[in-house]
Design a protein around this ligand. Sequence first.
Ligand SMILES: C[S@@+](CC[C@H](N)C(=O)[O-])C[C@H]1O[C@@H](n2cnc3c(N)ncnc32)[C@H](O)[C@@H]1O
Ligand SMILES: Nc1nc2[nH]cc(C(=O)O)c2c(=O)[nH]1
Ligand code: SF4
Ligand SMILES: [Mg+2]
Length: 193
Amino acid sequence: MERFYTIQGEGLYQGRAAYFIRLGGCDVGCHWCDVKDSWDADKHPQLTIDNIVSEAASYPGRIAVITGGEPLLHQLDGLTKALHKQGFRTHMETSGSSPLSGNWDWITLSPKKFKAPLPEVCKAASELKVVIFNKSDFAWAEKHAAMVGKNCRLYLQPEWSKSAEMLPLIIDYIKDNPQWQLSLQVHKYINVP
Ligand SMILES: C[S@@+](CC[C@H](N)C(=O)[O-])C[C@H]1O[C@@H](n2cnc3c(N)ncnc32)[C@H](O)[C@@H]1O
Ligand SMILES: Nc1nc2[nH]cc(C(=O)O)c2c(=O)[nH]1
Ligand code: SF4
Ligand SMILES: [Mg+2]
């Protein structure tokens, strides 16, 4: 769908320069999704792996974030192999709802009620980042915290339009459950892509 060199706004790598590759297509359908334009893959141009990777390599940063849409709708072995060959760390943002492919240095799992993640992706997650849209999402977060590995980082991220309402609840929750950390979509505050 699009590529851009920016600052990672979320999770452990928040604040780091990264080249984002946003792949078209999603079959999950979160009603609060902030990139609904990505859902229909046919609306976006098809590029070759060589094209994408050579453009990425023209910037000095060496973190590539594959996102979407839902990136796991695509077979990602070739893309991650080509990125590694150019010296990139490969990071992925995924709902985990389709089978795992690709070779990853970092997997951000953001599980969705609308199409739950597969156990294989839960086990492979480096960080779990649960969007909090309402109170029931804390239980959803705990359910998936029990499914990820013991070294997986745990983040709660307010849904953007509900931030004012959910932040106080998230702050209290983290104070009571300090294994969780806060993730804010920092790029939206500093107006970068
Ligand atoms: C647009 S999604 C694309 C990757 C993948 N489909 C997924 O959902 O993880 C990238 C990240 O943005 C989060 N996100 C999407 N819409 C959001 C919103 N309105 N508020 C907060 N986070 C949001 C998702 O949960 C995910 O962690
Ligand atoms: N700056 C920035 N950081 C991000 N982290 C995850 C994003 C995503 O949409 O996957 C994202 C994004 O869209 N922009
Ligand atoms: S899974 Fe990700 S891209 Fe798909 S609708 Fe949900 S937030 Fe948007
Ligand atoms: Mg985003």
